[in-house]
Design a protein around this ligand. Structure first.
Ligand SMILES: C[S@@+](CC[C@H](N)C(=O)[O-])C[C@H]1O[C@@H](n2cnc3c(N)ncnc32)[C@H](O)[C@@H]1O
Length: 218
């Protein structure tokens, strides 16, 4: 099995939809995520790719496009109530994402509109709920697990422990917001990344804060 990710890029209209979507992921990281998803789906014979942390669908656009390309489906998990840092008064709060009737964040409508506008709805399945609850119910194998949910140690660790065991042997683990230097950002994803290296994964690629890992050969 080659170490390298496939040299593949999303179609221009997919990239334009990604660029226009609400979210935080820069384009270079998105391109690496897309290549990882296509590669993983091909290597595993078309198993699904899964993301934890849908938010408004920015990265899900690329996973759905990769799934379409590889003949599989993208699964995306979120309770759609926002992470700690997205709540009112915090750095990443967007007041346009609050449901006025409920008085809480609800990113599901924006996600649905975004995937519909990109023409990718049929290539993605939204799993609405808490990541550990869904992981505990999940029985299938996965080509790729992309961890971009809650960024506290509690949530990032639960995402890793809940979903990494579902990866197929040839599958890829992708972790976002890995910042070795604490002055660049929170450390929970970095700690998950270090733990994965310690538990049999090795690095395939580094793009910004995005790390792509695979299981080390036995
Ligand atoms: C950083 S955002 C995801 C960004 C998205 N991947 C993108 O690139 O546009 C994190 C998301 O994780 C979700 N989240 C946080 N903790 C969660 C949990 N325990 N279960 C499900 N979703 C969670 C939040 O609701 C939020 O939408």
């Amino acid at each position: 099995m080659s170490d390298r990710l496939e040299n593949t890029r999303p179609r221009p209209e997919v990239l334009a939809a990604f660029d226009g979507a609400t979210g935080f992921m820069p384009v270079d990281e998105g391109l690496a995520l897309y290549a990882a998803a296509v590669t993983a789906a091909h290597r595993t014979g078309g198993l699904p790719v899964l993301e934890i942390g849908t938010y408004c669908g920015r990265s899900a656009i690329l996973l759905a496009a990769a799934a379409r390309e590889a003949g599989t489906v993208a699964l995306t998990v979120d309770h759609h109530r926002g992470s700690e840092e997205q709540q009112p008064g915090w750095e990443y709060h967007d007041p346009t994402l609050v449901d006025p009737e409920v008085g809480r964040m609800d990113t599901l409508p924006r996600f649905r509109r975004t995937l519909h506008a990109a023409g990718l709805e049929e290539h993605v399945v939204a799993l609405v709920g808490r990541s550990p609850q869904i992981a505990a119910l999940w029985g299938g194998r996965l080509a790729l697990v992309f961890i971009d949910g809650g960024h506290t140690d509690e949530h990032a660790t639960a995402d890793y422990e809940g979903w990494a065991p579902h990866l197929a042997p040839e599958g890829l683990l992708v972790v976002h917001d890995v910042f070795p230097d604490p002055s660049d950002g929170g450390q929970a994803p970095y700690r998950v990344y270090l733990r994965a290296l310690d538990e049999g994964f090795e690095e395939v690629s580094v793009t910004g804060s995005l790390r792509v890992l695979r299981r080390r050969a036995a």
